[in-house]
Write a protein that binds this ligand. Structure first.
Ligand SMILES: Nc1ncnc2c1ncn2[C@@H]1O[C@H](COP(=O)(O)OP(=O)(O)OP(=O)(O)O)[C@@H](O)[C@H]1O
Ligand SMILES: [Mg+2]
Length: 507
């Protein structure tokens, strides 16, 4: 038997304006977990999409068990036992979990759909691999972690042997990440072969056997993870040594900028999502809301930014009441927002990059005159941000944002929101999907904005990020602020107890 289940040999793929993959060779061993690492835009998703039949390579060959195969489309991939969980999931939102899993491979008898058999099989798989789901829940009502389990079950139901995960942990909570790591180990143990794109070096270290590194479309090399340090992997990836961690002086908070008093927000299914929350964010400080996903963070942010109405309470910005103000009005008063869902609230995917970068400003005098857009100004503005934030794309300001890599889409949002010179910046998971270099850059920018005397409200599920940036930490649990901690003194353990609701501070 061939040692390699899949070999991609000399793969080249061009897109207009860019060579996304340049003569890349990657060999996947049977039963291994193989990580794929590289900066944002390095060509990782492209390479995996070629293996899954979404793109045809311009040159190169794919071998399965040592024999050349054609992967013209995802049906071919499926027939070869290749499955993929995408960076942005591809589920039908108003179908149930079970319906999504069997979609395309339904069992029928005399032309009628037979779901009972499928249900038994799916539940058996779910049991076997510890992938707990509610088969009858609609996708739109379940958490991202659960959606991901549905995607994994979809591959297992199709008896896929080669499983591709494109940044599976970027959207998960720390608990879900641990679970996923266990599931991946279990799958590899069963003989499945796994390809795993990830920016988090610690996770690669934890779960992967080997790691292939790409840089700007080119293969840098493949290493055994056990023999390679996190620092070495990072250096392979960016081509120079990088220092982890950032310099941050103690905060020197000034006047209150953003103030929230007794805020309550309605949630789904007649439940309150946010209950009687009060806090202030002052000039020159980063206040972080920490909590397990689904404890009211999203609704709190939607209320602050005007995406959702408030039930009761008051929000003020520099003393002015904005509780019921229109979104445009909040923006013009100096509120910026890096949203959690970049596709839904952050970008217009079919606009080009320069249009997306000017979304918050196009109505300002510098960008338009008597309702005519100043084309030159818009372009110059985009070019400046592209340079400053190192936003990589195929065609610069003219690139349609949909075609950009996930991390570069994120960088575009961060650039736009920081550049509006906000009074208060609400940043939700600002570094989701960013490579380590870009992540450190964004962290430095947030600290810089703070030091310019702005107020920052950070919402993050990642404890590393919280400890790295927060001057003060507010813990949210079941829609209430249950603790306030000093960013310098709080420990992970203490924070964890509050986040899990097993400890309460009496305010
Ligand atoms: N469908 C497409 N059309 C045009 N250009 C594309 C398309 N898909 C990807 N590209 C370009 O190819 C390059 C590689 O993109 P890819 O999505 O593979 O990066 P990545 O390594 O997955 O990055 P990230 O970590 O940000 O997800 C990028 O410059 C991107 O703009
Ligand atoms: Mg990608």
């Amino acid at each position: 038997m061939n040692e390699y289940i899949i070999e991609m040999v000399g793969i080249t793929k061009d897109f207009p304006g860019i060579r996304a993959n340049d003569n890349i060779t990657l060999r996947l061993k049977r039963g291994e977990i193989h990580a794929l690492l590289g900066e944002n835009g390095a060509g990782k998703s492209t390479l995996m999409s070629i293996l899954f039949g979404l793109y045809r390579p311009d040159a190169g060959q794919i071998l399965k068990d040592g024999r050349p195969v054609e992967v013209r489309d995802p049906n071919d991939a499926n027939a070869l036992g290749i499955g993929m969980v995408h960076q942005h999931f591809k589920l039908v939102h108003n179908f149930t979990a079970l319906e999504n899993i069997v979609l395309g491979v339904e069992t029928t008898r005399n032309g009628a759909l037979r779901m009972d058999q499928a249900r038994t099989q799916v539940m058996a798989l779910s049991e076997k691999y510890g992938l707990m789901i509610d088969p009858d829940a609609q996708i739109q009502d379940i958490t991202v972690g659960m959606q991901q389990r549905v995607e994994i079950l979809k591959m297992l139901y199709r008896e896929n042997e080669i499983l591709i995960f494109d940044e599976p942990t970027a959207v998960l909570t720390p608990q879900e990440i641990d679970e996923l790591m266990d599931i991946m180990r279990g799958l590899a143990h069963e003989g499945k072969s796994i390809l795993f794109i990830n920016h988090k070096l610690a996770e690669i270290k934890q779960v992967a056997d080997r790691c292939t590194v790409l840089r700007k479309g080119v293969l840098v090399g493949t290493v055994d993870v056990a023999d390679t340090s996190v620092e070495d992997m990072a250096e392979m990836m960016v081509g120079r040594k990088i220092s982890f961690g950032i310099d941050k002086q103690a905060a020197d908070p000034g006047d209150v900028v953003l103030s929230v008093k007794g805020l309550s927000v309605a949630g789904r299914h007649d439940k309150r999502a946010v209950s009687d929350v009060s806090f202030d964010v002052r000039r020159g400080e980063i206040v972080c809301i920490a909590g397990i996903d689904g404890n009211g963070q999203s609704e709190l942010v939607y209320a602050l930014t005007g995406l959702m109405p408030v039930e009761s309470g008051q929000i003020t910005l520099n003393g002015a009441d904005i509780t019921h103000a229109l979104i445009r009005k909040r923006n013009d008063a100096g509120l910026s927002h890096i949203p959690e869902d970049r596709h839904r609230y952050g970008l217009v995917l079919d606009y080009d990059l320069q249009q997306n970068l000017v979304l918050k400003k196009y109505h300002h005098e510098e960008m338009q005159h008597r309702s005519f857009i100043r084309v030159g100004s818009v372009r110059a503005h985009a070019e400046r941000l592209i340079r400053q934030f190192d936003i990589r794309s195929a065609q610069g300001p003219d690139t349609i944002v949909r075609s950009m890599s996930g991390g570069n889409q994120q960088k575009a949002i961060v650039a736009r929101e920081i550049d509006t010179d906000p009074e208060a910046l609400i940043a939700v998971q600002p570094t989701r999907g960013l490579d380590v270099g870009a992540m450190i850059y964004v962290h430095e920018q947030l600290v810089r904005v703070r030091d310019q005397g702005k107020a920052i409200l950070l919402i993050s599920l990642e404890l590393d990020e919280v400890f790295q940036l927060a001057d003060r930490i507010l813990v949210i649990y079941e829609g209430r602020i249950v603790a306030e901690l000093d960013g310098k003194q709080a420990t992970a353990q203490e924070l964890g107890l509050y986040m899990a609701g097993s400890r309460k501070e009496t305010a």
